[in-house]
Design a protein around this ligand. Structure first.
Ligand code: GLN
Length: 202
């Protein structure tokens, strides 16, 4: 059944929470920060923001959200991870910290900080399946090195880009979306609108 007015949470332990809340509101859903298990239990979908995946991993444990979130994802909670959020959702991380924990939900192998360090952050235009041309901002971003058979590749760095051409930077597996880049920072609401549609249809 379609839920016309879903509530979408943004994991609010660290990272660019406010930008995601604004983008979700613009996409026409009720957007709420999530810091506790009771708040997690009340949402129809969840955004995992950009920030620092190792810090968020630690805070997920401290706030006792790691297991509840793993369970909800295993039950099919729609989720969208940008950058650090993509890392958290990935089944496997290369160049992660040994104590960094994974939520699962996305059958991919990601490489953390793959594009280089902060100075190597860059922007490019991408062709995003179902959306079209999207301006992508990468900040110490991961890329996807390997996808499972149920994972659809939605965007890769174009051949013309100076760096990392051909690298996979947006994926979808069922109701889980992830991007290496930050659509919440460019004022382009189309990726959040796509996620809002996924949540409504779930
Ligand atoms: N490098 C960060 C990490 O490992 C991700 C950067 C970002 O979210 N902009 O979590």
């Amino acid at each position: 059944m379609v839920n016309a007015s879903p509530t979408v949470g943004v994991l609010a332990l660290q990272g660019d929470v406010r930008e995601h809340l604004a983008a979700l509101t613009a996409a026409g859903v009720a957007a709420v920060p999530v810091r506790r298990a009771s708040e997690l239990a009340a949402v129809d979908g969840l955004v995992l923001p950009g920030g620092e995946s190792t810090t968020m991993s630690k805070l997920l444990e401290i706030f006792e959200l790691l297991e509840p979130l793993r369970e909800r994802l295993a039950d099919g909670l729609p989720a969208y991870g940008s950058c650090a959020g993509m890392i958290l959702l990935a089944g496997e991380v290369l160049d992660g910290r040994p104590d960094q924990r994974q939520l699962g939900g996305l059958d991919v192998v990601v490489r953390r900080n793959a594009f280089g360090r902060q100075v190597d952050s860059f922007e490019t235009d991408l062709d995003f399946t179902g959306i079209g041309s999207v301006r992508a901002v990468f900040i110490r971003a991961p890329w996807v090195e390997k996808v499972g058979s149920d994972v659809e590749v939605l965007a890769a760095v174009p051949e013309e880009a100076a760096q990392a051409s051909g690298r996979i930077v947006a994926v979808r597996q069922g109701n889980v979306l992830a991007t290496s880049f930050h659509p919440e920072l460019t004022g382009d609401g189309r990726v959040h609108a796509l996620f809002a549609d996924v949540v409504r249809a779930a």
